[in-house]
Design a protein around this ligand. Structure first.
Ligand code: IDP
Ligand code: MG
Length: 137
């Protein structure tokens, strides 16, 4: 069965007008966009989505950042897409993310309490199903 992952273009990506470039990279890699929507997240959704980070120093800045504007949420499909999208996205810190990745090519540090790094991608099949349920019911 084809694998699915939850991808978010975070508010910095949408606000900077990079949604098209980011989705184009996903399609150019050969994955397909099974679901796509433009939505402003609520605190409730973000607290569920980022439950594993509750209590960390960047948690509240992360929630505030993710509510600061609309995101584009997508269900992306393809064999090994979870691993493949994480590889396309690059490391969490955009300053050191490898060139060639979304975060490495399009992101930078802005000296804030939260890393604004353009995209989210699920990190395991369990996370993917859980997150798709949160964002797409
Ligand atoms: P990931 O998005 O690469 O999977 P996670 O560790 O799951 O990274 O963290 C979720 C998000 O929280 C990151 O994408 C980033 O926006 C933010 N974040 C993670 N670690 C830090 C940190 O040490 N400082 C500031 N923000 C962070
Ligand atoms: Mg993560």
């Amino acid at each position: 069965m084809t694998q699915r992952t939850l991808v978010l273009v975070k508010p910095d990506g949408v606000q900077r007008g990079l949604t098209g470039q980011i989705l184009a990279r996903i399609e150019a890699k050969g994955y397909s966009l099974a679901e796509l929507k433009h939505v402003t997240a609520t605190r409730e959704v973000l607290e569920q989505h980022y439950a594993e980070h509750q209590g960390k120093p960047f948690f509240e800045p992360l929630v505030e950042f993710m509510m600061s504007g609309p995101v584009v949420a997508a269900v992306v499909e393809g064999d090994r897409v979870i691993e493949g999208f994480r590889s396309l996205a690059g490391a969490t810190e955009p300053t050191t993310a490898a060139p060639g990745t979304i975060r490495g090519d399009l992101g930078r540090d802005w000296g804030e309490k939260v890393q604004k790094n353009l995209v989210h991608g699920s990190d395991s099949p369990e996370s993917a199903e859980r997150e798709i349920g949160i964002w797409f019911g």
